[in-house]
Design a protein around this ligand. Sequence first.
Ligand SMILES: Cc1cc2nc3c(=O)[nH]c(=O)nc-3n(C[C@H](O)[C@H](O)[C@H](O)COP(=O)(O)OP(=O)(O)OC[C@H]3O[C@@H](n4cnc5c(N)ncnc54)[C@H](O)[C@@H]3O)c2cc1C
Length: 486
Amino acid sequence: MTEHSVVIVGGGPTGLMLDAELTLAGVDVAIVERRPNQELAGSRAGGLHSRTIEVFDMRGIADRFLSEGQTAQIVGFNLVRLDMSDFPTRHPYGLALFQNRIERILADWVAELGVNILRDREVTGFTQDDNGVDVEVSDGSSLRAQYVVGCDGGRSMVRKTAGIDFPGSDATTSWMLAEVETTEEPAWGLRQDQSGTHAIGKGDGGHARIVLTEREVKSGIEPSLRELSDALTEIYGTDFGVHNPIWLSRFTDMTRQAATYRDRRVLLAGDAAHVHPPIGGQGLNIGVQDAVNLGWKLGQVVKGISPPSLLDTYHAERHPVAARVLKNTMGQSVLRQTDDHTKALGDFIAELLGVDEARKRVAAEMSGLGIHYDLGEGHPLLGRRMPDLDLTTPHGSVRVFTLMHHARPVLIHFAERGDIDITPWHDRVESIDAKYEGPWELPVIGAVHAPHAVLIRPDGYVAWVGDRSTSGPGEALTKWFGSPRG
Ligand SMILES: Cc1cc2nc3c(=O)[nH]c(=O)nc-3n(C[C@H](O)[C@H](O)[C@H](O)COP(=O)(O)OP(=O)(O)OC[C@H]3O[C@@H](n4cnc5c(N)ncnc54)[C@H](O)[C@@H]3O)c2cc1C
Protein backbone atom coordinates (compact mmCIF):
# COMPACT_ATOMS: atom_id res chain seq x y z
CA MET A 1 0.00 0.00 0.00
CA THR A 2 1.41 3.39 -1.01
CA GLU A 3 1.13 6.20 1.53
CA HIS A 4 0.55 9.88 0.83
CA SER A 5 -0.40 12.69 3.17
CA VAL A 6 -3.35 13.60 0.93
CA VAL A 7 -5.08 11.76 -1.91
CA ILE A 8 -7.19 13.87 -4.25
CA VAL A 9 -9.88 12.05 -6.21
CA GLY A 10 -10.33 13.75 -9.59
CA GLY A 11 -7.95 15.91 -11.60
CA GLY A 12 -10.34 18.44 -13.12
CA PRO A 13 -9.76 22.17 -12.48
CA THR A 14 -10.48 21.88 -8.74
CA GLY A 15 -8.29 18.82 -8.17
CA LEU A 16 -5.39 20.28 -10.17
CA MET A 17 -5.52 23.57 -8.26
CA LEU A 18 -5.70 21.83 -4.91
CA ASP A 19 -2.82 19.63 -5.87
CA ALA A 20 -0.70 22.68 -6.72
CA GLU A 21 -1.61 24.42 -3.46
CA LEU A 22 -0.69 21.36 -1.38
CA THR A 23 2.54 20.90 -3.30
CA LEU A 24 3.45 24.56 -2.67
CA ALA A 25 2.73 23.89 1.02
CA GLY A 26 5.29 21.06 0.92
CA VAL A 27 2.74 18.26 1.30
CA ASP A 28 3.10 14.81 -0.29
CA VAL A 29 -0.03 14.51 -2.44
CA ALA A 30 -1.31 12.24 -5.21
CA ILE A 31 -4.25 12.70 -7.59
CA VAL A 32 -6.16 9.73 -8.94
CA GLU A 33 -7.81 10.67 -12.25
CA ARG A 34 -10.09 8.54 -14.40
CA ARG A 35 -9.18 10.22 -17.69
CA PRO A 36 -5.99 9.00 -19.42
CA ASN A 37 -4.98 12.63 -20.20
CA GLN A 38 -6.31 16.16 -19.73
CA GLU A 39 -8.40 16.04 -22.96
CA LEU A 40 -12.00 17.06 -22.35
CA ALA A 41 -15.06 16.11 -24.37
CA GLY A 42 -17.05 19.29 -24.97
CA SER A 43 -16.19 22.87 -24.22
CA ARG A 44 -17.84 23.18 -20.75
CA ALA A 45 -16.71 26.36 -18.94
CA GLY A 46 -16.11 29.26 -21.26
CA GLY A 47 -14.01 31.53 -19.12
CA LEU A 48 -12.52 32.92 -15.95
CA HIS A 49 -13.86 35.67 -13.74
CA SER A 50 -11.79 38.47 -12.30
CA ARG A 51 -11.13 36.92 -8.88
CA THR A 52 -9.91 33.66 -10.41
CA ILE A 53 -7.53 35.62 -12.63
CA GLU A 54 -6.32 37.39 -9.47
CA VAL A 55 -5.84 34.02 -7.75
CA PHE A 56 -3.71 32.83 -10.67
CA ASP A 57 -1.83 36.14 -10.53
CA MET A 58 -1.07 35.44 -6.85
CA ARG A 59 0.63 32.22 -7.98
CA GLY A 60 2.48 33.88 -10.87
CA ILE A 61 0.58 32.08 -13.63
CA ALA A 62 -2.09 34.62 -14.73
CA ASP A 63 -0.16 35.50 -17.91
CA ARG A 64 -0.33 31.90 -19.09
CA PHE A 65 -4.11 32.19 -19.22
CA LEU A 66 -4.27 35.81 -20.39
CA SER A 67 -1.99 35.09 -23.35
CA GLU A 68 -4.31 32.32 -24.61
CA GLY A 69 -7.72 33.93 -24.08
CA GLN A 70 -9.56 37.14 -24.81
CA THR A 71 -10.27 39.61 -22.02
CA ALA A 72 -13.82 40.97 -22.12
CA GLN A 73 -16.65 42.28 -19.96
CA ILE A 74 -18.21 38.86 -19.43
CA VAL A 75 -20.02 39.38 -16.13
CA GLY A 76 -23.75 39.47 -16.60
CA PHE A 77 -27.07 38.82 -14.94
CA ASN A 78 -29.95 37.52 -17.02
CA LEU A 79 -28.31 38.63 -20.30
CA VAL A 80 -27.60 42.16 -18.92
CA ARG A 81 -23.87 42.85 -19.26
CA LEU A 82 -22.36 44.38 -16.13
CA ASP A 83 -19.35 46.45 -17.06
CA MET A 84 -16.72 46.28 -14.31
CA SER A 85 -13.94 48.15 -16.05
CA ASP A 86 -14.02 50.77 -13.25
CA PHE A 87 -13.35 48.15 -10.52
CA PRO A 88 -10.20 48.65 -8.41
CA THR A 89 -8.31 45.55 -9.57
CA ARG A 90 -5.49 44.91 -12.03
CA HIS A 91 -7.94 42.61 -13.84
CA PRO A 92 -11.25 44.52 -14.21
CA TYR A 93 -12.57 42.00 -16.75
CA GLY A 94 -13.14 38.32 -17.36
CA LEU A 95 -11.26 36.05 -19.72
CA ALA A 96 -12.94 34.09 -22.51
CA LEU A 97 -11.07 30.78 -22.60
CA PHE A 98 -12.53 27.30 -22.89
CA GLN A 99 -12.16 24.78 -20.09
CA ASN A 100 -10.04 22.34 -22.12
CA ARG A 101 -7.37 25.05 -22.46
CA ILE A 102 -7.73 26.14 -18.82
CA GLU A 103 -7.21 22.55 -17.71
CA ARG A 104 -4.22 22.09 -20.02
CA ILE A 105 -2.51 25.20 -18.61
CA LEU A 106 -3.20 24.05 -15.04
CA ALA A 107 -1.96 20.53 -15.81
CA ASP A 108 1.29 21.93 -17.29
CA TRP A 109 1.84 24.04 -14.16
CA VAL A 110 1.13 21.11 -11.87
CA ALA A 111 3.59 18.97 -13.88
CA GLU A 112 6.28 21.66 -13.41
CA LEU A 113 5.65 21.52 -9.65
CA GLY A 114 6.41 17.78 -9.85
CA VAL A 115 3.04 16.40 -8.89
CA ASN A 116 2.08 12.74 -8.92
CA ILE A 117 -1.02 12.16 -11.12
CA LEU A 118 -2.19 8.54 -11.26
CA ARG A 119 -4.09 8.59 -14.55
CA ASP A 120 -6.37 6.18 -16.33
CA ARG A 121 -7.74 4.64 -13.12
CA GLU A 122 -10.45 5.56 -10.70
CA VAL A 123 -11.07 5.44 -7.01
CA THR A 124 -13.73 2.80 -6.36
CA GLY A 125 -14.15 3.15 -2.60
CA PHE A 126 -12.55 4.07 0.70
CA THR A 127 -12.85 3.56 4.43
CA GLN A 128 -11.72 6.00 7.07
CA ASP A 129 -10.53 5.30 10.60
CA ASP A 130 -9.19 7.56 13.35
CA ASN A 131 -5.73 7.83 11.79
CA GLY A 132 -6.31 7.87 8.06
CA VAL A 133 -8.17 6.68 5.00
CA ASP A 134 -7.67 3.52 2.93
CA VAL A 135 -8.42 4.21 -0.72
CA GLU A 136 -9.24 1.48 -3.26
CA VAL A 137 -8.17 2.07 -6.84
CA SER A 138 -9.61 0.34 -9.93
CA ASP A 139 -6.20 -1.13 -10.91
CA GLY A 140 -6.36 -3.25 -7.74
CA SER A 141 -3.91 -1.10 -5.79
CA SER A 142 -4.60 0.68 -2.49
CA LEU A 143 -3.48 4.00 -1.14
CA ARG A 144 -3.31 5.17 2.46
CA ALA A 145 -3.71 8.87 3.22
CA GLN A 146 -4.21 11.13 6.20
CA TYR A 147 -6.93 12.95 4.26
CA VAL A 148 -8.91 12.37 1.07
CA VAL A 149 -10.45 15.19 -0.93
CA GLY A 150 -13.25 14.48 -3.39
CA CYS A 151 -12.75 16.75 -6.41
CA ASP A 152 -14.57 14.18 -8.49
CA GLY A 153 -17.34 16.31 -9.96
CA GLY A 154 -21.11 16.52 -9.57
CA ARG A 155 -21.72 12.76 -9.40
CA SER A 156 -19.00 12.47 -6.75
CA MET A 157 -18.32 8.92 -5.59
CA VAL A 158 -16.49 10.40 -2.59
CA ARG A 159 -19.53 12.38 -1.47
CA LYS A 160 -21.84 9.38 -1.86
CA THR A 161 -19.47 6.93 -0.12
CA ALA A 162 -18.98 9.34 2.79
CA GLY A 163 -22.79 9.48 3.07
CA ILE A 164 -22.84 13.28 2.82
CA ASP A 165 -26.31 14.62 1.99
CA PHE A 166 -26.72 16.61 -1.21
CA PRO A 167 -29.95 18.55 -0.69
CA GLY A 168 -31.45 20.76 -3.37
CA SER A 169 -33.74 20.56 -6.36
CA ASP A 170 -33.95 18.27 -9.36
CA ALA A 171 -33.84 19.48 -12.93
CA THR A 172 -36.83 21.40 -14.24
CA THR A 173 -35.23 22.39 -17.57
CA SER A 174 -32.53 20.82 -19.72
CA TRP A 175 -30.42 22.22 -22.51
CA MET A 176 -28.80 20.37 -25.40
CA LEU A 177 -25.30 21.47 -26.36
CA ALA A 178 -23.33 20.66 -29.45
CA GLU A 179 -20.40 21.65 -31.59
CA VAL A 180 -21.02 20.47 -35.14
CA GLU A 181 -20.35 21.10 -38.80
CA THR A 182 -23.26 22.37 -40.94
CA THR A 183 -23.92 22.40 -44.67
CA GLU A 184 -26.12 25.55 -44.48
CA GLU A 185 -25.36 28.88 -42.79
CA PRO A 186 -27.02 28.60 -39.34
CA ALA A 187 -29.20 31.34 -37.86
CA TRP A 188 -26.44 32.86 -35.70
CA GLY A 189 -27.38 34.52 -32.44
CA LEU A 190 -30.20 34.19 -29.94
CA ARG A 191 -33.72 33.00 -30.64
CA GLN A 192 -36.59 32.81 -28.17
CA ASP A 193 -39.80 30.79 -28.38
CA GLN A 194 -42.29 29.38 -25.89
CA SER A 195 -39.84 26.71 -24.67
CA GLY A 196 -37.06 29.19 -23.90
CA THR A 197 -33.91 30.76 -25.31
CA HIS A 198 -31.73 29.06 -27.95
CA ALA A 199 -28.37 30.17 -29.29
CA ILE A 200 -26.03 29.37 -32.16
CA GLY A 201 -22.51 30.82 -32.05
CA LYS A 202 -19.34 30.46 -34.09
CA GLY A 203 -16.88 27.89 -32.78
CA ASP A 204 -13.33 27.04 -33.88
CA GLY A 205 -12.78 26.19 -37.54
CA GLY A 206 -16.18 27.46 -38.67
CA HIS A 207 -18.07 24.94 -36.51
CA ALA A 208 -21.41 25.89 -34.98
CA ARG A 209 -21.76 25.86 -31.19
CA ILE A 210 -25.39 25.21 -30.38
CA VAL A 211 -27.39 25.54 -27.15
CA LEU A 212 -31.07 24.54 -27.33
CA THR A 213 -33.61 24.62 -24.51
CA GLU A 214 -35.34 21.25 -24.61
CA ARG A 215 -39.13 20.97 -24.64
CA GLU A 216 -39.02 18.10 -22.15
CA VAL A 217 -36.54 17.75 -19.30
CA LYS A 218 -33.92 15.11 -20.03
CA SER A 219 -30.84 14.29 -18.02
CA GLY A 220 -28.04 11.80 -17.69
CA ILE A 221 -27.64 10.52 -21.23
CA GLU A 222 -25.75 12.40 -23.94
CA PRO A 223 -28.03 13.47 -26.83
CA SER A 224 -27.64 11.90 -30.27
CA LEU A 225 -27.09 13.76 -33.56
CA ARG A 226 -30.61 12.68 -34.53
CA GLU A 227 -32.06 14.37 -31.41
CA LEU A 228 -30.13 17.53 -32.23
CA SER A 229 -31.37 17.51 -35.81
CA ASP A 230 -35.00 16.99 -34.72
CA ALA A 231 -34.80 19.75 -32.12
CA LEU A 232 -33.29 22.22 -34.59
CA THR A 233 -35.99 21.44 -37.13
CA GLU A 234 -38.68 22.01 -34.53
CA ILE A 235 -37.22 25.39 -33.49
CA TYR A 236 -35.76 26.77 -36.74
CA GLY A 237 -37.66 24.79 -39.40
CA THR A 238 -34.36 23.28 -40.62
CA ASP A 239 -31.43 21.40 -39.06
CA PHE A 240 -28.92 23.44 -41.15
CA GLY A 241 -27.46 20.13 -42.37
CA VAL A 242 -25.75 19.33 -39.04
CA HIS A 243 -23.20 16.53 -39.27
CA ASN A 244 -19.81 15.48 -37.90
CA PRO A 245 -20.41 16.38 -34.24
CA ILE A 246 -17.22 17.33 -32.38
CA TRP A 247 -19.21 16.73 -29.21
CA LEU A 248 -22.78 16.58 -27.98
CA SER A 249 -23.76 17.21 -24.41
CA ARG A 250 -26.59 18.26 -22.14
CA PHE A 251 -26.94 20.23 -18.93
CA THR A 252 -29.80 20.89 -16.58
CA ASP A 253 -30.76 23.36 -13.88
CA MET A 254 -30.34 20.74 -11.13
CA THR A 255 -29.18 22.68 -8.07
CA ARG A 256 -27.70 20.91 -5.06
CA GLN A 257 -25.10 21.55 -2.39
CA ALA A 258 -23.35 19.18 0.01
CA ALA A 259 -24.72 19.56 3.53
CA THR A 260 -21.17 19.52 4.86
CA TYR A 261 -17.84 19.93 3.07
CA ARG A 262 -16.06 17.76 5.65
CA ASP A 263 -16.71 14.39 7.24
CA ARG A 264 -13.73 13.79 9.55
CA ARG A 265 -10.87 12.92 7.15
CA VAL A 266 -12.85 13.33 3.95
CA LEU A 267 -13.44 16.70 2.29
CA LEU A 268 -15.27 17.85 -0.81
CA ALA A 269 -14.43 20.65 -3.22
CA GLY A 270 -15.66 21.99 -6.56
CA ASP A 271 -18.61 20.36 -8.33
CA ALA A 272 -18.45 17.46 -5.85
CA ALA A 273 -19.69 19.98 -3.26
CA HIS A 274 -22.07 22.07 -5.39
CA VAL A 275 -23.89 21.78 -8.71
CA HIS A 276 -25.99 24.43 -10.40
CA PRO A 277 -26.85 25.53 -13.93
CA PRO A 278 -23.85 27.05 -15.73
CA ILE A 279 -25.58 30.44 -16.19
CA GLY A 280 -23.09 33.17 -15.38
CA GLY A 281 -20.11 30.83 -15.80
CA GLN A 282 -19.29 30.52 -12.11
CA GLY A 283 -18.80 26.77 -11.46
CA LEU A 284 -15.18 26.30 -12.45
CA ASN A 285 -14.28 29.57 -10.77
CA ILE A 286 -15.70 28.70 -7.37
CA GLY A 287 -14.15 25.23 -7.57
CA VAL A 288 -10.69 26.71 -8.11
CA GLN A 289 -11.31 29.10 -5.22
CA ASP A 290 -12.50 26.26 -2.95
CA ALA A 291 -9.15 24.62 -3.65
CA VAL A 292 -7.22 27.77 -2.76
CA ASN A 293 -9.16 28.16 0.49
CA LEU A 294 -8.62 24.53 1.46
CA GLY A 295 -5.06 23.92 0.26
CA TRP A 296 -3.05 25.86 2.85
CA LYS A 297 -5.34 24.84 5.71
CA LEU A 298 -5.04 21.15 4.86
CA GLY A 299 -1.30 21.60 4.39
CA GLN A 300 -0.94 23.02 7.90
CA VAL A 301 -3.09 20.27 9.42
CA VAL A 302 -1.15 17.37 7.86
CA LYS A 303 2.13 19.03 8.89
CA GLY A 304 0.88 19.28 12.48
CA ILE A 305 1.05 23.10 12.49
CA SER A 306 -2.70 23.50 13.06
CA PRO A 307 -5.38 21.32 14.66
CA PRO A 308 -7.92 19.52 12.41
CA SER A 309 -10.56 22.05 13.53
CA LEU A 310 -8.93 24.55 11.14
CA LEU A 311 -10.56 22.49 8.37
CA ASP A 312 -14.00 23.46 9.67
CA THR A 313 -13.29 27.04 8.63
CA TYR A 314 -13.16 25.71 5.05
CA HIS A 315 -16.85 24.73 5.24
CA ALA A 316 -17.74 27.86 7.21
CA GLU A 317 -16.18 30.13 4.58
CA ARG A 318 -16.86 28.34 1.31
CA HIS A 319 -20.33 26.86 1.84
CA PRO A 320 -21.98 30.33 1.96
CA VAL A 321 -20.12 31.42 -1.21
CA ALA A 322 -21.50 28.49 -3.23
CA ALA A 323 -24.94 28.91 -1.61
CA ARG A 324 -25.05 32.45 -3.09
CA VAL A 325 -24.03 31.11 -6.50
CA LEU A 326 -26.79 28.51 -6.29
CA LYS A 327 -29.23 31.31 -5.49
CA ASN A 328 -28.19 33.57 -8.35
CA THR A 329 -28.21 30.73 -10.90
CA MET A 330 -31.63 29.51 -9.70
CA GLY A 331 -32.97 33.05 -10.07
CA GLN A 332 -31.46 33.42 -13.52
CA SER A 333 -32.81 30.08 -14.77
CA VAL A 334 -36.32 31.21 -13.92
CA LEU A 335 -35.71 34.44 -15.82
CA ARG A 336 -34.80 32.39 -18.93
CA GLN A 337 -38.49 31.62 -19.42
CA THR A 338 -40.02 33.55 -22.27
CA ASP A 339 -43.61 34.19 -21.16
CA ASP A 340 -44.74 37.82 -20.82
CA HIS A 341 -44.75 37.81 -17.00
CA THR A 342 -41.17 36.57 -16.76
CA LYS A 343 -40.07 39.00 -19.47
CA ALA A 344 -41.63 41.86 -17.50
CA LEU A 345 -39.70 40.81 -14.40
CA GLY A 346 -36.51 40.52 -16.45
CA ASP A 347 -37.01 44.05 -17.86
CA PHE A 348 -37.56 45.39 -14.37
CA ILE A 349 -34.38 43.71 -13.07
CA ALA A 350 -32.45 45.06 -16.06
CA GLU A 351 -33.59 48.58 -15.09
CA LEU A 352 -32.48 48.05 -11.51
CA LEU A 353 -29.09 46.82 -12.70
CA GLY A 354 -28.72 50.15 -14.48
CA VAL A 355 -28.42 51.77 -11.03
CA ASP A 356 -24.71 52.08 -10.36
CA GLU A 357 -24.71 50.58 -6.88
CA ALA A 358 -26.74 47.57 -8.03
CA ARG A 359 -24.38 47.03 -10.99
CA LYS A 360 -21.35 47.13 -8.70
CA ARG A 361 -22.81 44.81 -6.08
CA VAL A 362 -23.97 42.17 -8.52
CA ALA A 363 -20.79 42.37 -10.64
CA ALA A 364 -18.65 42.04 -7.48
CA GLU A 365 -20.60 38.97 -6.46
CA MET A 366 -20.56 37.27 -9.86
CA SER A 367 -16.86 38.00 -10.44
CA GLY A 368 -15.83 36.79 -6.96
CA LEU A 369 -14.29 40.17 -6.04
CA GLY A 370 -16.96 40.85 -3.42
CA ILE A 371 -16.27 37.76 -1.29
CA HIS A 372 -16.24 38.60 2.41
CA TYR A 373 -15.40 35.85 4.90
CA ASP A 374 -16.86 36.56 8.31
CA LEU A 375 -13.72 37.08 10.41
CA GLY A 376 -15.44 39.38 12.88
CA GLU A 377 -15.90 43.11 13.26
CA GLY A 378 -13.23 45.58 12.30
CA HIS A 379 -11.54 47.33 9.39
CA PRO A 380 -13.35 46.73 6.05
CA LEU A 381 -10.31 44.80 4.78
CA LEU A 382 -10.80 42.07 7.40
CA GLY A 383 -11.97 38.88 5.62
CA ARG A 384 -11.78 40.55 2.20
CA ARG A 385 -9.27 40.09 -0.64
CA MET A 386 -6.03 41.98 -0.22
CA PRO A 387 -5.64 44.43 -3.13
CA ASP A 388 -2.60 44.00 -5.37
CA LEU A 389 -0.80 47.21 -4.34
CA ASP A 390 2.50 48.43 -5.75
CA LEU A 391 4.78 48.46 -2.71
CA THR A 392 8.14 50.03 -2.10
CA THR A 393 10.31 47.88 0.17
CA PRO A 394 13.93 48.07 1.36
CA HIS A 395 14.66 45.52 -1.40
CA GLY A 396 12.92 47.45 -4.19
CA SER A 397 9.45 47.67 -5.70
CA VAL A 398 7.17 44.68 -5.51
CA ARG A 399 3.49 43.91 -6.06
CA VAL A 400 1.55 42.36 -3.17
CA PHE A 401 0.53 39.44 -5.41
CA THR A 402 4.19 38.72 -6.17
CA LEU A 403 4.71 38.24 -2.43
CA MET A 404 2.01 35.53 -2.56
CA HIS A 405 3.63 33.33 -5.25
CA HIS A 406 4.80 30.71 -2.75
CA ALA A 407 1.39 30.49 -1.04
CA ARG A 408 2.78 31.56 2.33
CA PRO A 409 1.19 33.99 4.79
CA VAL A 410 2.62 37.51 4.71
CA LEU A 411 2.57 40.29 7.31
CA ILE A 412 3.14 43.70 5.73
CA HIS A 413 4.11 46.62 8.00
CA PHE A 414 3.27 50.02 6.55
CA ALA A 415 4.40 51.94 9.64
CA GLU A 416 6.85 51.57 12.52
CA ARG A 417 6.58 48.03 13.85
CA GLY A 418 5.98 49.30 17.40
CA ASP A 419 5.34 46.26 19.58
CA ILE A 420 4.55 43.88 16.68
CA ASP A 421 6.87 40.92 17.14
CA ILE A 422 6.20 37.81 15.08
CA THR A 423 9.42 35.99 15.97
CA PRO A 424 7.48 32.98 17.37
CA TRP A 425 5.91 32.48 13.90
CA HIS A 426 8.89 33.46 11.75
CA ASP A 427 9.24 29.91 10.34
CA ARG A 428 5.67 30.09 8.98
CA VAL A 429 4.92 33.74 8.22
CA GLU A 430 6.85 36.15 5.96
CA SER A 431 7.23 39.65 7.34
CA ILE A 432 8.06 42.70 5.28
CA ASP A 433 8.33 46.49 5.74
CA ALA A 434 6.77 48.46 2.93
CA LYS A 435 5.56 51.88 1.87
CA TYR A 436 2.48 52.51 -0.18
CA GLU A 437 1.42 56.03 -1.14
CA GLY A 438 -1.69 55.40 -3.27
CA PRO A 439 -5.36 55.07 -2.38
CA TRP A 440 -6.81 52.03 -0.62
CA GLU A 441 -9.92 51.08 -2.51
CA LEU A 442 -12.12 47.99 -2.35
CA PRO A 443 -14.73 46.85 -4.90
CA VAL A 444 -18.22 48.19 -4.04
CA ILE A 445 -17.04 49.62 -0.69
CA GLY A 446 -14.77 52.26 -2.22
CA ALA A 447 -12.03 54.07 -0.32
CA VAL A 448 -10.97 52.70 3.08
CA HIS A 449 -8.46 54.17 5.49
CA ALA A 450 -4.86 53.02 5.22
CA PRO A 451 -3.93 50.39 7.83
CA HIS A 452 -0.59 50.27 9.73
CA ALA A 453 -0.18 46.58 8.96
CA VAL A 454 -2.02 43.65 7.37
CA LEU A 455 -1.72 39.90 7.83
CA ILE A 456 -2.56 38.13 4.56
CA ARG A 457 -3.45 34.44 4.42
CA PRO A 458 -2.01 32.30 1.59
CA ASP A 459 -5.38 32.47 -0.19
CA GLY A 460 -5.08 36.26 -0.39
CA TYR A 461 -7.68 37.18 2.26
CA VAL A 462 -6.85 39.56 5.10
CA ALA A 463 -6.75 37.79 8.49
CA TRP A 464 -5.83 40.78 10.65
CA VAL A 465 -5.60 44.55 10.17
CA GLY A 466 -3.39 46.73 12.35
CA ASP A 467 -4.73 50.21 12.90
CA ARG A 468 -5.22 52.58 15.80
CA SER A 469 -7.99 50.53 17.41
CA THR A 470 -6.68 46.95 17.13
CA SER A 471 -4.42 44.93 19.39
CA GLY A 472 -1.45 43.02 17.96
CA PRO A 473 -1.69 40.13 15.49
CA GLY A 474 -0.89 37.40 18.07
CA GLU A 475 -4.42 36.04 18.30
CA ALA A 476 -4.90 35.98 14.52
CA LEU A 477 -1.46 34.41 14.00
CA THR A 478 -2.30 31.61 16.47
CA LYS A 479 -5.78 31.08 15.04
CA TRP A 480 -4.62 30.79 11.43
CA PHE A 481 -0.98 29.72 11.58
CA GLY A 482 -0.62 27.70 14.77
CA SER A 483 0.76 28.23 18.26
CA PRO A 484 3.82 30.44 18.85
CA ARG A 485 7.15 28.58 19.03
CA GLY A 486 10.33 29.18 20.95
C1 LIG B 1 -22.21 22.36 -20.27
C2 LIG B 1 -21.45 23.00 -19.17
C3 LIG B 1 -21.11 24.34 -19.29
C4 LIG B 1 -20.40 24.94 -18.26
N1 LIG B 1 -20.06 26.28 -18.36
C5 LIG B 1 -19.34 26.85 -17.36
C6 LIG B 1 -18.87 28.20 -17.45
O1 LIG B 1 -19.14 28.89 -18.43
N2 LIG B 1 -18.10 28.70 -16.45
C7 LIG B 1 -17.79 27.94 -15.33
O2 LIG B 1 -17.08 28.44 -14.44
N3 LIG B 1 -18.21 26.67 -15.23
C8 LIG B 1 -18.97 26.10 -16.22
N4 LIG B 1 -19.35 24.82 -16.12
C9 LIG B 1 -19.03 24.09 -14.91
C10 LIG B 1 -17.62 23.57 -14.94
O3 LIG B 1 -17.41 22.76 -16.07
C11 LIG B 1 -17.43 22.80 -13.65
O4 LIG B 1 -17.85 23.61 -12.57
C12 LIG B 1 -15.98 22.42 -13.44
O5 LIG B 1 -15.55 21.50 -14.42
C13 LIG B 1 -15.84 21.79 -12.06
O6 LIG B 1 -14.54 21.35 -11.90
P1 LIG B 1 -14.25 20.15 -10.91
O7 LIG B 1 -12.79 19.92 -11.02
O8 LIG B 1 -14.83 20.45 -9.59
O9 LIG B 1 -15.07 18.90 -11.49
P2 LIG B 1 -14.92 18.18 -12.89
O10 LIG B 1 -14.46 19.13 -13.94
O11 LIG B 1 -16.18 17.44 -13.10
O12 LIG B 1 -13.73 17.17 -12.66
C14 LIG B 1 -13.90 15.98 -11.95
C15 LIG B 1 -12.78 15.04 -12.34
O13 LIG B 1 -12.86 13.88 -11.54
C16 LIG B 1 -12.65 12.74 -12.34
N5 LIG B 1 -13.31 11.62 -11.62
C17 LIG B 1 -14.61 11.50 -11.32
N6 LIG B 1 -14.83 10.40 -10.57
C18 LIG B 1 -13.61 9.85 -10.36
C19 LIG B 1 -13.17 8.70 -9.63
N7 LIG B 1 -14.03 7.91 -8.96
N8 LIG B 1 -11.85 8.40 -9.63
C20 LIG B 1 -10.97 9.18 -10.31
N9 LIG B 1 -11.34 10.28 -11.03
C21 LIG B 1 -12.64 10.62 -11.02
C22 LIG B 1 -13.26 13.09 -13.68
O14 LIG B 1 -12.67 12.32 -14.72
C23 LIG B 1 -12.90 14.57 -13.79
O15 LIG B 1 -11.66 14.79 -14.42
C24 LIG B 1 -20.04 24.19 -17.13
C25 LIG B 1 -20.38 22.84 -17.04
C26 LIG B 1 -21.08 22.25 -18.05
C27 LIG B 1 -21.44 20.79 -17.94
